[in-house]
Write a protein that binds this ligand. Structure first.
Ligand SMILES: [Zn+2]
Length: 356
């Protein structure tokens, strides 16, 4: 305990002579002239003395004992952090160590957030797309990983069931998928292919922001045993990951205020709900420009892998003919396809295949 007697404050602790392991219970006090003195608790014998401002005091880190080193090599150690802080106050300002650093940083952060907020309110309509880009750029890798894990867990808990595809079929598709993934940018995220029975989601495939790709049995069945077409779809999903489309989708849905919190590093419970809800991800359909970017990526990737660059185009034709717009959450609902999109994709594949 730190106590005050007159102008001198006292902190209890242990004193060690230079190079001696054995500690003596002692008291540290600082007098009105700023001279620190250590005296033995029991005998009152004077042990060390020095101007307090000259002493080396270790930083405050949790409840780790503080150490005060004297020039003569002796030291004084105490768990009375508050007492030491009180003694230090006239020499170092209100706080010490990392607590002090944090205090210095905070006003800047508050000013930054306030400026962003004012900016967003002023030009709300134009601010959202800009904020989405800032949020995507400032997203640490751990965020997409957490988002993906919770989206998949929430879908597993609600609509998905374990895949009924044979292990051999899964293994073959996974091996081809990994070859495609390895052909994308060298810094690509850890791609994984996950098989599920889609249930009410039906024939679909989607990519989560960290490279987790989910493929439903229903989509594989729809392709009538033509795994080349399924691979075209997987290449398309890899395109969505590479262009960070799903992260952008989620951020756009989160809205401006959530984005400002996110950029400021404050993930509130509201933001978290939006980011981890599987149904939110699946209720969002990609924009036409995102679809065409992913299609072109699929065409190029399939060609690079020595496979059919027309696969994604043919798959879109197939699914259009077979499904029309019957299902609510199938591949076409989350990846909207227009006749132009299908034609463009096939034309681009012709071009790629003919050019090389
Ligand atoms: Zn798509």
């Amino acid at each position: 305990m730190a106590s005050e007697s007159g102008s001198s404050r006292i902190v209890e602790g242990l004193w060690r002579a230079p190079g001696v392991a054995r500690a003596t219970p002692a008291r540290l006090s600082v007098d009105a002239m700023g001279v620190a003195s250590v005296g033995a608790t029991q005998t009152g014998e004077a042990l060390s003395s020095e101007a307090f401002s000259q002493l080396a005091v270790s930083d405050r880190v949790g409840s780790i004992p503080r150490r005060i080193s004297f020039a003569d090599g002796s030291s004084f150690e105490t768990r009375d952090n508050d007492g030491i802080d009180q003694l230090l106050r006239p020499y170092r300002g209100p706080r010490s160590g990392w607590v002090h650093e944090l205090e210095k940083f905070r006003p800047r952060l508050i000013i930054f957030v306030a400026l962003v907020l004012a900016f967003a309110v002023a030009i709300y309509r134009f601010a959202v797309p800009a904020l989405v880009e800032v949020a995507v750029l400032s997203t640490p890798p751990v965020v997409p990983q957490l988002m993906s894990r919770s989206v998949l867990a929430s879908l597993d808990g609600t609509v998905f069931e374990p895949s009924g595809l044979s292990p051999e079929r899964q293994k073959a598709l996974s091996a081809d998928f990994q070859k495609l993934a390895a052909l994308t940018a060298p810094d690509h995220p850890a791609y994984t292919l996950n098989f599920r029975k889609g249930g009410s989601i039906g024939p679909n495939a989607f990519a989560l922001p960290d490279g987790t790709v989910v493929l439903t049995d229903e989509l594989v069945e729809l392709a009538d045993g033509k795994d080349e077409l399924v691979l075209g779809v997987l290449a398309h999903e890899i395109g969505h990951v590479e262009y960070q489309h799903s992260l952008r989708q989620l951020y756009r849905a989160a809205g401006a205020s959530a984005l400002i919190m996110l950029i400021g590093g404050d993930i509130g419970s509201g933001t978290e709900d939006i980011l981890v809800q599987g149904s939110a991800l699946l209720s969002l359909s990609y924009s036409r420009s995102a679809e065409s970017e992913a299609d072109r990526h699929a065409v190029e990737l399939m060609y690079k892998a020595g496979r059919d660059p027309h696969a994604i185009g043919h798959f879109l034709e197939l699914i259009r003919d077979k499904l029309g717009d019957k299902e609510e959450r199938d591949f076409l609902s989350t990846h909207p396809a227009t006749p132009e999109r299908i034609a463009d994709t096939l034309r681009y594949a012709d071009q790629i295949a003919g050019k090389h």
